[in-house]
Design a protein around this ligand. Structure first.
Ligand code: GLU
Length: 306
């Protein structure tokens, strides 16, 4: 693995993807500020456990991390709450769209997992109860990538103005007694964490603790235990890509977390973390070309957890 020319592999993937830009999929249109992002963009970046980095295409262009933030709010909640977190949130794949209400009613307001919207809103509620909030998620990400970061306030506002489903999910959980805090306070955390802007290079770095048994990618300190890290990776594999998790395991074979901003973070345990970005999404909300690029990467490198 370490003998591979990773930069050459990323350059080849970029060259193969670029002619396909703008052909398939559409940017998320239910959040107006995201609908305005030009779709003809592609970036890819990785960081190895030994600190080597490689990047190609629009790897330094910041984009809205959206649901990728759910990994990091979950990490904070696991740090703070340990096992008690699972009293309010399940660990099963949903097989439903990321913002589905149906399942929540069947299961009395207990979200299936922390990586769908209802689950991430429940995680935000736990963070608020523990005296934490959006600034803590931002600070964690900035520390992990070693660079200052900011919320894209326009995206956060756009989500708050049009987040009717998220409001419904939060109110629904509240009605079942599964949210302790005020819905508006919890959603403010959730909308802001989704609106953090980061580049592929920054996200590839930030996710580095997930391929290093929970060790901070830059300073080596313990962020979460090895066991907790395995659990986060397991949740990514089974629940990280909405109702396409089976397809991701089948085609890519790595734990992944996607966001409707078009980013996807993927982990090769003990080896590297990577991030791809291209804003045009398929019907399940996953980046069409991001997924294709990851497939090329695993085919070319032979890396897979299987
Ligand atoms: N902020 C988005 C929402 O709540 C996140 C969706 C996503 O990236 O999956 O709908």
């Amino acid at each position: 693995m370490l003998a591979m020319d990773l930069q050459a592999i990323l350059d080849d993937i970029d060259a193969a993807i670029r002619p396909l830009l703008g052909q398939e999929g559409r940017a998320a249109n239910y959040i107006p500020a995201l609908a305005r992002v030009p779709v003809a963009r592609f970036g890819i970046a990785l960081r190895c456990c030994d600190g080597r980095e490689a990047a190609a295409g629009d790897a330094d262009t910041p984009f809205s991390i959206q649901s990728i933030s759910k990994l990091f709010s979950l990490t904070l909640a696991m740090q703070l709450l340990g096992e008690t977190l699972w009293q309010r949130i399940g660990r099963e794949p949903s097989g439903n769209p990321f913002n589905s209400l149906v399942q929540l009613e069947h299961e009395q307001g207990m979200p299936r997992n922390p990586l769908i919207n209802a689950g991430a809103i429940a995680v935000a509620d736990r963070l608020v109860s523990a005296g934490r909030g959006k600034q803590d998620v931002l600070a964690l990400l900035a520390s992990l990538c070693g660079e200052p970061l900011a919320f894209d306030e326009e995206v956060a506002r756009s989500e708050a103005d049009t987040g009717f489903r998220n409001l419904a999910l939060a109110n629904f959980m509240k009605s079942f007694g599964k949210l302790d805090n005020d819905v508006a306070t919890v959603l403010d955390v959730y909308f802001h964490q989704c609106a953090i802007a980061m580049s592929c290079r920054q996200l590839a770095r930030a996710a580095g603790y997930l391929c290093r048994d929970g060790a901070h990618p830059l300073d080596g300190s313990t962020l979460v235990s090895e066991r907790q890290t395995r659990r986060i990776n397991a949740l990514m594999l089974t629940c990280g890509t909405y109702d396409a998790a089976g397809e991701f395991a089948f085609r890519i074979g790595l734990p992944c977390k996607s966001g409707v901003g078009g980013g996807i973070v993927a982990i090769v345990p003990d080896t590297l973390s990577l991030c791809v970005w291209s804003p045009a999404l398929d019907a399940t909300g996953n980046s069409v070309l991001g997924m294709r690029a990851l497939e090329m990467f695993t085919a070319r490198t032979g890396l897979s957890i299987f």
